[in-house]
Design a protein around this ligand. Structure first.
Ligand SMILES: Cc1cc2nc3c(=O)[nH]c(=O)nc-3n(C[C@H](O)[C@H](O)[C@H](O)COP(=O)(O)OP(=O)(O)OC[C@H]3O[C@@H](n4cnc5c(N)ncnc54)[C@H](O)[C@@H]3O)c2cc1C
Length: 385
């Protein structure tokens, strides 16, 4: 259960979230059919997205998914602690993952903080209700770790900007309506100073999304090409030329607070594997539990910092390092405790576990590779030369 108090000092916002959690737990005592459906192992990613979207609609209509988001953006107030409590409770009640609603915790905090308020008020409720989904277009074929080298351009035109370029490894683009794109508005030499963040409508005719099938059989990743896609002023996030600030805000969430949400589901995965006959006492299992505890500690700290209005900053690199380690150790244990998973069994449960295992091999890359997190810690926290 989420720790809502710190020592003897009671934080009113956290107390409020405690009440929310108690009421949500009472609601889940008779789970909505949409949760029961989304909690089943579903091998097809498209079906998983559909089930998660249905669940979001129910949670939004009943109000639960609106807590933790500001009233002016269509929410019901509160902080990220409400959201953390909601998703952890869903994981406890059998939901195996957030599917592509992970982007709610990666992109939406930045949209709320830096997006144009009228635009955010229009789009966020549809995201929360599962009607529209989002993706993040940062990486390019020659700009991954070195993001400031990106070449996708945005040029000013009458009434807005037009975006032209190619993005790669764009998670969930196939299922998304909107893409938050980082584009160059300055000179090619301007590096991180000449970037701007735009929200591009993926339904535009100037956009092509080509899904990439991964080794685990899902089509989460995609290549996205923009050929002069129009963005009105409402779709600019932050200032023109302020794209680096937007990107760092997003990455701090993707590396920091997001670890809380993902660790809740890794714990669910571990409990499911135990329930399916995984070895109960095992060195790998102990290691996985300790790794999860470490993620919980640092990401709980990140939640508290964000809830109290502090910036997350480079400390998020610690959470991402620990999260990737935990995801691999949970899956190492699951695989070692049931090697039959590699071959033979063909049901949805085994298929999902194989997907999870294979995905865990690449979690050291998304959101910045392990080497780049170590680089951040060395330079920005330890101030090493
Ligand atoms: C599952 C998954 C989902 C993803 N989703 C998205 C998404 O939604 N949107 C998006 O924009 N991108 C996404 N990405 C892309 C991801 O952000 C990039 O793959 C990542 O930033 C690394 O960039 P790269 O692939 O170009 O590798 P490179 O930058 O070429 O790096 C290759 C290797 O060299 C190392 N390296 C590079 N530079 C240095 C250095 N200076 N010091 C030490 N080592 C270095 C790296 O650590 C890595 O091991 C996703 C990736 C994965 C695997």
């Amino acid at each position: 259960m989420l720790e809502m108090t710190s020592g003897s000092v009671r934080d009113p916002l956290r107390d409020d979230a405690r009440t929310y959690l108690a009421e949500f737990e009472a609601r889940l005592a008779s789970p909505p059919p949409a949760l029961t459906r989304a909690a089943r192992p579903i091998a097809s990613y498209a079906d998983r997205v559909a089930a998660a979207s249905d669940l979001m609609r129910v949670l939004y209509d009943e109000g639960w998914a609106r807590y933790g988001w500001p009233v002016e953006a269509g929410g019901l107030g509160g902080t990220i602690v409400h959201r953390a409590a909601m998703w952890e409770a869903l994981a406890r009640h059998g939901l195996p993952q957030m599917a592509l609603f992970e982007h709610l915790e990666i992109l939406a905090p930045t949209l709320v903080a830096l997006g144009r308020p009228e635009f955010v008020a229009r789009v966020l409720p549809r995201f929360l209700r599962g009607e529209q989904r989002w993706c993040q277009g940062f990486s390019e074929p020659d700009a991954g770790s070195d993001l400031a080298a990106l070449r996708t351009r945005a040029v000013p035109v009458d009434g807005g900007h037009r975006v032209t370029g190619r993005k790669i490894w764009t998670s969930w683009a196939r299922y998304a309506t909107w893409c938050l794109v980082l584009a160059r508005t300055g000179t090619p030499e301007s590096r991180h100073r000449g970037l701007t963040a735009f929200v591009v409508d993926l339904r535009a005719p100037e956009v092509e999304v080509r899904p990439i099938e991964q080794a685990n059989g899902t089509d989460e990743l995609a290549e996205v090409t923009f050929d002069g896609a129009f963005v009105p002023p409402a779709g600019t996030v932050g200032e023109v030329g302020g794209g680096w600030k937007v990107a760092m805000h997003i990455l701090a969430h993707e590396r920091g607070t997001f670890a809380w949400f993902r660790h809740s589901f890794l714990r669910r995965q571990l409990l499911d594997a135990l329930a399916h006959g995984g070895a109960a006492a095992d060195g790998l299992l102990g290691g996985a539990l300790l790794d999860l505890a470490a993620v919980r500690a640092v990401s709980n700290d990140a939640l508290g910092r964000h809830a109290s209005g502090a910036t997350l900053g480079p400390r998020s690199a610690f959470s991402k390092l620990l999260l990737a380690t935990a995801e691999q150790s949970v899956n190492d244990w699951a695989y070692a405790s049931d090697p039959d998973l590699a071959v033979g069994i063909q049901d949805d449960h085994a298929a999902v576990r194989r997907q999870d295992y294979l995905f865990s091999r690449i979690v050291t890359v998304y959101g910045g590779s392990q080497q780049m997190q170590l680089d951040t810690i060395a330079k920005q926290i330890l101030r090493l030369p």
